[in-house]
Design a protein around this ligand. Structure first.
Ligand code: GLC
Length: 753
């Protein structure tokens, strides 16, 4: 046998062993074998214990359980009746809880510790909606990677993120937590976040399991009112809601899902076998496990779907909800249901296999305390590299909405700069909601950031935004009466050359249970803005907010507007770099900004309807008292540079790969970044299709005067859609292709499929 054959055979064998080794998780037997071996030793009570998650004793992220339920936690952990904890913080506390399970229970099965690591852990990055505005998938993945490094350094091994709920309703407080209104962008960002959290090796000490949530359609709550009824057709479910969840599995191997509070087709998500058995574990072949949302199981009683908690346990388990968060239903009733034949043990075994598999993949059985290293905790939390990354992410997330006569950037020689607005000095609101492990009041405020550039700055608060305590989880008391700061602010504005007004929302004006009927500037801010405007029109508005705001007056009157969201711990530094021109803004809106809340829900990828226009005729879909157009469209964002699009070419000779190319030129003198966006329209189909849909984007950098040819390929994956029964189809016919700087500013071509 010649030497080459021997060599390649040897190489093949080596590769085979290596693969097997990974699968075997270092000890010779496969993870599946280990799961089966452990499962065979477990009593039904111990199996059900793995399906039970208790809240720790540190943070409450939902309605607190009745006292009676909570008092047995320690005993249950020691008896092996608790598979997971949430909201346990810090290496010391995790070690203490873990040792109760590992050292006291019969089989010593380690618990998995979950936590809401939503936008950073201690080093808070911009809120997820802000990060989405960067359209920078690499930066978003890196942001999640850093969050995982810090969370795992604090003993945690599972995050309840990314939230991949699509939402078109700015009234809903949780839009701050997602990636906005678009399915394609939301899918790409969800995948990036899962990859960031889980890394390349889940058994590594600095990677954690991710969780695609909330399955499904939570973002379609009627009226934008959190926890409200959801009622949408299956075509929307398949084409708008499902894809980010499916992508998280197929492109990022997400290990867990969380179901939702709402109903889907009349059945609560936590008891919905269509969602969890037919779609998730059936069609999509999901091998991880599903956790309920906080008490969402118990809430099926209020929904009118379950008679009592015992019924909750039966319905949720049968439907595929593998772990129970804070309903205490499984731990109380599931074992008896199996003994009574109401729930087959095979259902329990399937759930427990899924849970144990993730624990083995995390390496928790090899070392239950692997994440509990106090030296690592001290070294990695707030690491300067994390601070730098948070600052970069924040800069990329900023969207320039208006810049008339190049008001911005300001010169560092600018004299008499007034900074007005309580949010300018606020070191807490920029941290946003869902900051769980973050410390309060640690953000660089806008004022602090600006003062690093200029000593010609004077600050006036103008008016408080909120009065009373603001500590989570209380309701905010918005200041509607105290104008005592107006006079000083107006006086300052009068004697200043330029006024930077920092207005918007408090950090707790958005997030869970924080829906608003109005999306104007809350409190006295609009009044203050107009009073200042009367004495000085040269106003740069910097928005700090967690949702799209209807800032129509500002757009009509002010020369410059910067959307600066809630940018996390480095907010003020990032904003100052944009204001003074050290960073050229490149963000694009991931959600439409309406002119008025009455237009909501509002989104760019709407259906044409039978009466699309033209404007100005009575019988077309309009409002009598407001335009039907948005204030700022999806994908919109300006730059200090200027980009021109030309030479759109299509090559549809191969129907399986439609080639698209466009020339983009930076016609300014300043280097800048541009998000080149590709949209399609399927003109005639078996179900109506949107007037445009995002199907590709590329963020490119161009020097002044530089041109680049940007290319895309459209395949069945982009050109098809789901029928109401879930069948994916690609149909022949005429398609428009649109490429441009926003969903509203495109150049168009067409092809026949
Ligand atoms: C909350 C949220 C969910 C979160 C969970 C644990 O109610 O709905 O997103 O992960 O409870 O805090």
């Amino acid at each position: 046998m010649n030497k080459w054959l021997v060599f390649s055979l040897g190489l093949f064998l080596l590769v085979l062993i290596a693969c097997n080794q990974t699968e075997n998780n270092h000890n010779g037997t496969s993870i599946d074998d280990k799961v089966e071996s452990l499962l065979s030793k477990m009593s039904i009570e111990e199996k059900v214990g793995q399906m039970n998650q208790y809240n720790g004793f540190y943070d409450v992220t939902g309605p607190a359980p009745s006292e009676g339920d909570a008092k047995n936690k320690y005993e249950h952990i020691k008896s092996g009746l608790v598979g997971s904890m949430l909201n346990v913080r810090g290496v010391k506390n995790v070690r203490e809880m873990q040792s109760l399970a590992v050292d006291s229970s019969r089989l010593g099965i380690p618990m998995i510790f979950g936590f809401d690591v939503i936008h950073g852990h201690k080093t808070l990055s911009p809120i997820p909606l802000a990060e989405a505005a960067s359209w920078d998938l690499e930066a978003i993945e890196k942001s999640a990677r850093i969050a995982a490094i810090e969370a795992s350094a604090e003993g945690l091994n599972w995050t309840f993120a990314p939230m991949v709920d699509i939402s078109r309703d700015a009234r809903w407080g949780r839009v701050m937590e997602g990636a906005g209104e678009d399915t394609y962008l939301g899918s790409r960002i969800g995948v990036a976040r899962v990859k960031g959290f889980q890394g390349d090796d889940l058994s590594a000490v600095n990677t954690i399991a991710a969780c695609a949530k909330h399955f499904a359609a939570y973002g379609f709550a009627e009226g934008g009112r959190d926890y409200n009824t959801v009622d949408l057709g299956t075509a929307t479910l398949y084409n708008v809601v499902f894809p980010p969840f499916k992508a998280a599995i197929e492109e990022a191997d997400v290990k867990t899902f969380m179901n939702a509070f709402n109903i889907v087709n009349g059945i609560p998500a936590t008891g919905n076998s269509f969602l969890m058995r037919d779609i998730l574990k059936g069609e999509w072949g999901f091998e991880g496990y599903v956790i309920s949302d906080w008490s969402s199981g118990e809430e099926m009683i209020d929904h009118g779907f379950a008679r009592d908690t015992a019924h909750v346990a039966q319905l949720a388990a049968m439907a595929g909800s593998d772990m129970d968060m804070e309903s205490y239903a499984y731990v109380k009733y599931l074992a008896q249901h199996v003994k009574d034949g109401k729930v087959p043990e095979s259902i329990i075994d399937d759930a427990v296999r899924r849970i144990l598999k993730v624990k083995f993949e995390l390496g928790l059985f090899d070392d239950p305390y692997k994440y509990c290293d106090e030296a690592r905790e001290k070294k990695l939390i707030y690491h300067e590299d994390h601070m730098d990354a948070a600052r970069e992410m924040a800069k990329k997330s900023i969207v320039l909405l208006k810049n008339e006569n190049n008001t911005l950037p300001l010169s560092i020689d600018q004299k008499k700069i007034a900074v007005i607005g309580t949010l300018a000095a606020d070191k807490d609101s920029p941290l946003g909601n869902w900051r769980m492990a973050g410390d309060d009041n640690v953000a660089v405020s806008v004022l602090e950031g600006l003062k690093k550039y200029s000593s010609n700055i004077t600050y006036a608060e103008g008016a408080k935004l909120v009065t009373g305590p603001t500590a989570f989880p209380i309701e905010l008391e918005v200041n509607e009466t105290d104008r005592s700061g107006f006079k000083e602010a107006i006086k300052l504005a009068k004697r200043s050359e330029v006024v930077i007004m920092v207005l918007g929302e408090h950090g707790l004006h958005s997030g869970e249970a924080r829906s608003r009927v109005d999306i104007d500037l809350p409190g006295l801010q609009q009044e203050l803005l107009e009073e200042v405007y009367k004495v000085n029109k040269n106003i740069v508005l910097v928005l700090n907010n967690g949702r799209p705001l209807a800032i129509t007056w500002a757009d009509e009157h002010l020369p410059a507007i910067v959307e600066a969201w809630q940018l996390g711990i480095q907010a003020g530094n990032a904003i100052a770099e944009v204001i003074f021109g050290d960073y050229n803004p490149s963000g694009k809106l991931p959600m439409t900004f309406p002119r008025h809340v009455g237009q909501v829900p509002m989104y760019y990828n709407y259906f044409n309807t039978g009466r699309p226009g033209p404007d100005g005729e009575l019988f077309y879909p309009h409002y009598m008292d407001e335009s039907h157009l948005p204030l700022y469209p999806f994908g919109y964002g300006l730059s200090y540079s200027e980009f021109e699009y030309s030479n759109l070419t299509l090559d549809a000779s191969n129907k399986k790969e439609i080639k698209v190319s466009v020339e983009v030129k930076n016609v300014s003198e300043r280097v800048g970044e541009e998000v080149v966006q590709l949209y399609i329209r399927d003109h005639v189909a078996s179900i109506v299709r949107p007037v445009k849909e995002l199907k590709g984007f590329k963020k490119i950098a161009l020097a002044g005067g530089q041109s680049k040819i940007v290319e895309f390929v459209l395949t069945d994956n982009e050109l098809g859609f789901y029928m109401p029964d879930g069948e994916y189809v690609v149909e022949p016919g005429q398609f428009d292709v649109m490429v441009g700087t926003s969903s509203a500013e495109v150049i168009k071509g067409e092809f026949e499929l």
